[in-house]
Every structure is written in C-alpha cells, then in structure tokens.
Design a protein around this ligand. Structure first.
Ligand code: SF4
Length: 801
C-alpha cells in the first residue's frame, strides 16, 4: 500500500492505488465528456457549413490571456458565427489549436442578454445595477467634461487609466493606457495587482529577463519533464499534445501541484505539495545534489555567479578593477572574473592581498540549501521523505530534465521566490541552456527571437507609440489601492478588465476603495461585477468584431469584423479616439482602427517584402519568412542580462533583506501559526478548463463541463466537518465569505482547499472567492519592483450551511 504524501499519512488516510486511480479517472472522465462532446458538436456544425455556399470564413486570433493566441477560423452565416475551427499555422502543421472555450465563445458574444449594448449611465446606487441608456454623444461629452474638470481642479495625474489582460490584441490592450498617456494622466504596470508579477521578478533576478523557455517540442529530448505548478492540460491546451508525445517517447512526466489537476491525471506521478513550499522543495533537491556531489560544477563555474567572490563584511560582490573577481585555484590568488586559464573556485574561504575576507557566492547558496535536509523538506512540503528523495535523485540523474514553471506557485507572499529558486535548482543541475532541460517561463512557441515567446517588433509602431509628450505617470498597480484611499484618484477609467473580480479583497475594494473615486468609466463587451460599480458603462467589442493585430512569433495575425455590430458597441480604440477628440487630443487619435493596422504593416523590414494586405486578411495570418519554426530554447548562448552577466542566484542588493540567495519563507497566513487555529484550511484558487479569468463560461457548451464554481476539499477535511459531496458550504475568514458547493475528493492534500478562479458572484450561491483574499504590501517585492497579489496565501474555515 503506497502513500503519496506525508500530509495524507498525518491524517491517517491511506491513499491506495485503487483510490488514487479513482481520483485520476474522475478528472479524466470529466475532461473527456466535456471537451469531446462539445467538440463533436462543433465538428458536426463545421462540416455542415462546408456544404453551405452562403457561409463565409473569417479568421481571427483568440485574444484572451491564456497566452496560446490560437489562430481561429470563423464560419459566418448571415452576420453570425455558426462555428469556429482551428486556423492553419503555416510552417507548423502539427500546431493548429482551438479549445472548447474559443469554439463556443460565439454563444456568449452573440447573446444580447450578456452584452452591454448601449452606453449606460448609472441611475441607482453603485452596485445596484440600475442604469439608463444614453447616446454616445452624451457619454463622450460626460467623460470629456469629467476629465477636463479633473485636470483643472487636481491636475491631469488625478485621472487614472487602468487595464488588466482582458484582450491581448494591440489596439484593444493598449488604447486605454495610450489615452491616459496622451492626456497626461496616470497609467499602471498591471502585473502586480493581477498576480503575475512574482514570476517576472523571479525570472529577472536570475536570468535578467522576465520570460524565457523551451519550445515544448524540445521536451522530446528530455528524460524527465516536471510541470511545476503548471496545469498545461487546462490552461495552455495548445502545448499539451507535446507533453503527451514526449511521454510516449519515454520521458517521465511529474506534476508538482497541491491539486491533482488534469495534467497530473495523465502524468506518471503527482507530487501533492503544500502551497507556498515550492522553494523549500527546490532547496531540498539542491541540497540532495550538492551533498552527494551530483551538482554540475563545470556549468556553475562557467555560467553562473557561483565562483564570483562575495565580501564577508558587507555581503557585496568583491570588485577588482571595477569588475567581479574569483579565486584562482591554480595561482592561489584573487583574479578578475574571466581571466584566461584561471581555475575559479566554487567553494572555500579566502583573504585578499588587502585583507578582505571573502568566499565564492556558491558557498552561500549551498549553506542555505543545507538547511533543507530530506526530513526537513518533507515535513515543510507535506510529502513523504522517500518521495522527496526519489524526486531529487531522478531530477539529478535523468539527464536532461526539463521544468515548465507555472504561475500557480507564485501567487504567494514573497512571490519572486518560487521561480527564482526552481530556476536555481535547474542551474545547480546544469540544465539551463541545454536541450531537453531548462526552467521555462512561458515559451512553448517558436519565435523570431531565439527565446520562445519573446518577439522583436519591427512593425511601424512609431506613430502609435507617440503620446504627444504629455507628462503622464506610470505607476505600479500595487499602489492603486493606496492611491485611491489617499484620494489621489478623482477619475478612473477601467478597460479590458473585470477589475473587482480579478483583484484581491473584494469587500475592501467595494466598501472602502471604489467609494473614494468620484467618477468611474468601465468599457466592457459584457455585464460584469465591475460594470455594476461604474458610473458610466460603455459597450466594448470582442475580437470577432474589430480590426486588430496580434503577434505570435513567427506569425502575425489579424482580427477583423466577422459579425454584425451588437447594439451600438464600439472598439476600445474607437471609444478612446472619440474621447480624445473632445479633450483636444484628436491629432494623436486621427485614424480608424483599420487605418492604424494598415499603418503598422508598412514596415521596411525585409521580412515584410512579400506581405500582401488582402491575402493577410483573407487567410488571417502572415508567416514571417525570417521566423524560426524549429524547436528552440532560451539561453543556449549562456548569456544573461543580469548585473553580473551570469545566471545570478546571488543578488547583492537583497542582502539587506536576508534574501541574497533563494530562500523559503513561511506563508503570511500560516496554518501552523496563531491564525491557523481559527482558520485551519489553506484556500488556493486555480484556473480551470471552462474559462480564462472571467471570460467564457456559462455558454451552453461549457455548462456541460461546469455550470458553477465548487470548492475542492479533501475527504478527511470534509468528514471532519460533516460535509458530503455536493453540499452547500460557507467558506469564510475575517475578510468575508462565499457560499458554494463542496467537491469532496482525494485529489487534493488534506488541509488545502481550492476554488476555481474567474467565476463571478452571479454564479456563486453567495459571495465570491475574492471576498477571502487580501492585498498586503510586501516591502521586499516593492524594493525589487512591486508587490504581487498573494491570492493563494489565504486561510479559511469551511462549514456546512
Ligand atoms: S482560450 Fe483556447 S483558443 Fe483561446 S488562446 Fe487559449 S487555448 Fe487558444
């Protein structure tokens, strides 16, 4: 009888092979019924349209923030989309993709009951949902007068323009921010509040850039693949086929996740880690390798900051001739880093000729890792010691091993630590910049630039980028709550964002923050939780209704109007242009959306020599001749944009916070601390298969898969509370509560609960998951860049209603 995690053993639950398989089966069957049933329906519809000569085919690119950016083919009849199928991806016959979400999206965007159809002015209290229809002229005049009044009384900076990631097409995504910039207002770097910035910070610390990864096809070269906090099967469907292929090719696939997610269900092994303990697991694995001499010393010496000397007096790198220094084992003296023929030391303690005590940076990493013996690591992570040891051994010896990191592990306090530490683990193993290896963030798709997912734009964006010289301010989104509470925001424009639904601590937002904003404009194609709290709601358009452009290297895709306009909706760019004209900025907003797109595509770059507008619009995609279509991976050249120019696990500027090397810190809301006595269950949220954030879901096709949010809770925790599968439960803490059905399962570790992200209050029995979350400024993250929402650092209690 095999135990799968210490957490289970502590609760005296035996996870037998039978119950484990039962859990796997539950996930797989749900997936198969939901997805394939709907797909079969769509395939039938698509086939039927092929014989219908009145059907036109109009292409688009899916713009939601799952980052796959799939090329879609719309089957359009009488001004309505009747089916959606995957569009071709020239040069990659294996890669076309469309998921159930995008294939059924037309059901929502063509449903007038879900759409905002006209400009609507609030007539009831905020939140009441009472609006009256007004004309576009009235709406534009109202906005213009509020903007000019704000500027006159408080300065232009008092007008804030806030976006998230509701539409990643260029015009839609950037128009709100561009309007703010041209007006001289305040714009925001949104990653922090929306909870994606921990990954960027972690990556930047060690790699010197926020993104970088391996094309998923490169996993065909891996012996072991670890999906660490990444549920590709549900959240990046275009890539899952390659993970399956790699497994068929002989690679072992391991999923590290507190939940037995869909990817875990088809993997070889699921490691049910406790939330926020990923850095401890990575440090434990490092210690295992270092203490057994399994680490890649040659790679560390050549490519990492490991041999660079650190002063013992102040923890800063030792400088020689304004450069970094190493201890040369051959000459037994300090020499500048990079000295030819030197043999840099990775361990030891040394004294310079000037009497400065110092040691290689690797010593500090090894010392930190040494705290995480197998028993300590297992205890922290809630895993069995044998499981940790086996994982560390296999990772070190199944060469090469690739890790795909997911945002799931970085929505925690000290959010930079998971990506930083897991990437450092890969470096200690010598897997960075190695085919089949890596610690990937994003990636997955081939690119023009040899770093998957990163694009070199050589479009003609100059005019769009010209904001006219107004002295606008760009703030971190982590400052938004404080700024509003300090009454620095007198006007708030929210674009491409269901802000309340996707921001932490909804009760605080609704009760304390938004009431301090005198005027709120919200542009959205759909009625949302946020629209209810706006003073003016403007009907936006979806990607099937506008001209727009998306770059998914090596392809350039076009969005174009495919259906008749719903009500009086307008694109974000059209709305911003009309407002701009009324506040004296018409000269910067003097093009239609189509004219902007045409202007972008007049690049002199040779790659566009054969570009033809009509062909592009007809096919919906332009395959750049200079694009890379082969499987590539980042850091093959071992060049890093860090201060040391090396893979940098030792960050001297973090010495003052005691985090100069990757470290594990306990949760802010610690289940083993005082708060844990009152609220003993950790509540994480996750991205599931029926929605990307607050988009999609609730179409007939998707309701087959899921029609309401449910809280996943372990059998042990449910039994202790008298909760049965399907019971309505109240989930609560001091900040608020939600009521929701219980999904009792063995596929989640005891002590952990999970609620799917994106569902809105209308779909809960009462409340919302964001009533439970908090936003706590983190001084270290503010020092590095900005605080990331710790959506998963939340304690709750659950009781049967
Ligand atoms: S939601 Fe679906 S279709 Fe859209 S980009 Fe993501 S995987 Fe592709």
């Amino acid at each position: 009888m095999k135990k799968y995690g210490k957490g289970f053993a502590l609760k005296t639950v035996k996870i037998t092979r039978r119950t484990f398989i039962k859990g796997v089966g539950a996930v797989t069957v749900t997936s198969s019924l939901g997805m394939s049933g709907a797909l079969r329906g769509d395939t039938r519809r698509a086939k039927a349209t092929e014989a219908d000569e009145s059907v036109k085919y109009i292409h688009s690119c899916c713009t939601v923030n799952c980052t796959s950016r799939c090329h879609l083919k719309g089957h359009v009849k009488n001004g309505r989309i009747v089916a959606v199928t995957p569009g071709l991806l020239p040069g990659r016959d294996d890669y076309p993709n469309a998921c159930l979400r995008s294939m059924s999206y037309a059901q929502r965007l063509q449903d007038p009951t879900q759409r905002v159809l006209y400009p609507m002015k609030r007539v009831g209290e905020r939140g009441e949902g009472k609006f009256k229809q007004i004309s576009w002229d009235e709406a534009f005049e109202l906005i213009a007068s509020k903007l000019l009044e704000t500027k006159e009384k408080h300065g232009a900076h008092a007008a804030s323009f806030f976006t998230m990631s509701g539409n990643l097409a260029k015009l839609a995504w950037e128009s709100t921010t561009r309007l703010g910039a041209t007006f001289g207002g305040t714009t925001y770097i949104t990653e922090g509040l929306m909870g994606d910035h921990g990954a960027s910070m972690g990556m930047n610390l060690v790699f010197g850039q926020a993104r970088g990864g391996h094309d998923t096809r490169d996993y065909m070269n891996s012996k072991l693949i670890i999906l660490w906090g990444r549920n590709i099967a549900d959240t990046h469907t275009s890539e899952m086929r390659y993970i399956i292929k790699a497994r068929e090719n002989g690679a072992k696939v391991i999923v590290i996740d507190p939940r037995q997610c869909s990817s875990a269900a088809v993997a070889d092994q699921w490691i049910p880690i406790r939330p926020q303990t990923d850095p401890a697991l990575a440090l434990g694995m490092m210690n295992y390798m270092i203490s057994r001499d399994l680490h890649d010393k040659a790679w560390l010496k050549a490519n990492s900051c490991g041999p660079l000397l650190v002063r013992e007096d102040d923890g800063q790198y030792l400088r020689v001739n304004d450069g970094y220094a190493v201890w040369d084992e051959k000459t037994k003296r300090v020499v500048p880093a990079g000295t030819a023929d030197a043999e840099p030391a990775l361990t030891g303690e040394y004294v310079t000729a000037e009497g400065v005590k110092c040691h290689p940076a690797f010593v500090d990493l090894a010392k930190e890792a040494a705290k995480y013996t197998i028993p300590v690591t297992a205890e922290i992570c809630g895993l069995e010691e044998a499981m940790v040891e086996q994982l560390a051994y296999e990772y070190a010896t199944m060469k090469p091993a690739g890790i795909r990191m997911g945002q799931g592990m970085q929505r925690v306090y000290n959010s930079f630590a998971p990506f930083r530490t897991v990437a450092t683990l890969a470096a200690v193993a010598g897997y960075i910049g190695i085919s089949g290896g890596g610690a990937s963030h994003m990636g997955g798709t081939a690119s023009i630039n040899p770093i998957p997912g990163v694009t070199v734009p050589d479009f003609n964006f100059a005019e769009w980028s010209n904001t006219g010289g107004a002295p606008f301010i760009e703030k971190n989104s982590s400052q938004l709550y404080n700024m509003i509470e300090n009454e620095e925001v007198k006007f708030l424009w929210i674009g491409v964002s269901n802000f309340i639904n996707q921001s932490p601590d909804a009760n605080r937002v609704i009760g304390e923050i938004l009431p301090k904003v005198p005027f709120i404009v919200n542009v959205d194609p759909f009625w949302t939780w946020t629209t209810k709290y706006a003073d003016l709601v403007l009907p936006g358009k979806t990607h099937w209704e506008v001209w727009d452009i998306l770059v998914r290297s090596p392809w350039v895709m076009v969005d174009q109007p495919a259906i008749e306009t719903m009500g009086e909706s307008k694109s974000d760019c059209e709305i911003c242009s009309e407002v701009a004209k009324r506040v004296g900025l018409g000269h910067l907003w003097n093009k239609t959306d189509e004219e902007w797109i045409r202007s972008f595509m007049t690049s002199e770059h040779p790659a566009f020599a054969d570009f033809d507008w009509d062909t592009w619009v007809k096919e919906g995609i332009f395959a750049r001749p200079d694009g890379i279509y082969d499987a590539v991976f980042a850091f093959e050249d071992q060049k890093y944009k860090t201060p040391t120019g090396k893979f940098e696990f030792y960050t001297e500027r973090l010495k003052k916070y005691g985090q100069e090397v990757p470290a594990y810190t306990r949760m802010l809301e610690d289940p083993q601390g005082e708060l844990g006595k009152k609220y003993p269950l950790v509540c994480i949220n996750y991205h599931d298969r029926v929605n990307v954030h607050t988009q999609q879901m609730l179409y007939p096709a998707l309701k087959i898969v899921a029609s309401e949010p449910e809280i996943q809770i372990n059998t042990v925790d449910a039994e202790a509370r008298g909760i049965k599968h399907g019971d309505i439960v109240k989930v609560f803490n001091d900040r608020g509560y939600c009521m929701i059905k219980a999904f009792v399962m063995e596929g989640i570790a005891p002590g952990i609960t999970a609620i799917p992200n994106g569902w809105t209050p209308d779909q809960y029995i009462e409340g919302n998951m964001q009533n439970l979350t908090h936003f706590t400024i983190n001084p270290v993250e503010e020092f590095i860049s900005q605080t990331n929402s710790a959506f998963y650092d939340v304690l709750v209690e659950v009781e049967k209603v």
